[in-house]
Design a protein. Sequence first.
Length: 309
Amino acid sequence: MGGKNETKVMYFILLGFPTTAELQLLLFSTLLLVYLLTVLENLLIILIIRNNRSLQNPMYFFLGNLSFLEVWYVTVIEPKMIVDALSHDKRISLQGCMTQLYFFVTFVCTEYILLAVMAYNRFVAICKPLRYPLIMSHRFCAQLIAGCWMCGLITSSIKLSFIARLSYCDVDKINHYFCDISPLLNISCSDSSLAELADFILALMVIMVPLCAVVASYICIMFTVLKIPSSQGRQKAFSTCSSHLTVVILFYSTTLFTYAHPKLMYTYRANKLVSVLYTVVVPLLNPLIYCLRNKEVRLAMRKTFTCRR
């Protein structure tokens, strides 16, 4: 071990973002507000989809599942992050760290695949409209959602099986605000080459395969839409995809930077800043993107609140 202390750590200290005492309360208030807004926005979308018959179709079925996923996605990270913003005790147990990592990786991987499924749904709707009701049946949609969760759980289990074998000796500080893979690989006192290789291969598979499916779907959509004779028809077809495409670009670009590179390329400051984007900012923006850019959701929202009044 190169002379390192063999005493295994029982907890980690999440260093998070260093702030002054004056800024702690501001950081705490901002994070709490963002978390509550994110959860409220996503729960509102789920409520609107469930209560409006006009939204009972595969596109909004997947959107509702995305909102459900993101409620849990932010809940794994942000409450601990909020508490640590004010607390001097930023410890997290080894078991708690591994649990947080397991569920976070599960939700991230599930979202990659779910966004690809949503792109496939748009492809079938625009490129094969006559066969759309037959292909995207309720049973098939449910199977796709189950497949997304299954892939996420399996990928997370494989990654964690490698991470959990590592030893952590005399270093108990994680230069991050949550338990992520790269920081854990960097502080391990055992040989992490196999865990790093497994993480890199799985990250590329989970990111690149869905990304290729998304790109292929939108290339087919683009060629189909360009064949529509009327400009109004083309605009309507593109508008149904714009929200999803925006979310895909935001989520994939930020996470690709973080996870599709080996440990040697890891930089703490850059990764922490980018991590804030996909764990805090993107989940906050996603419901707004779908609501503000989607006429059907806006109309359903007005109808929901009007009926309740």
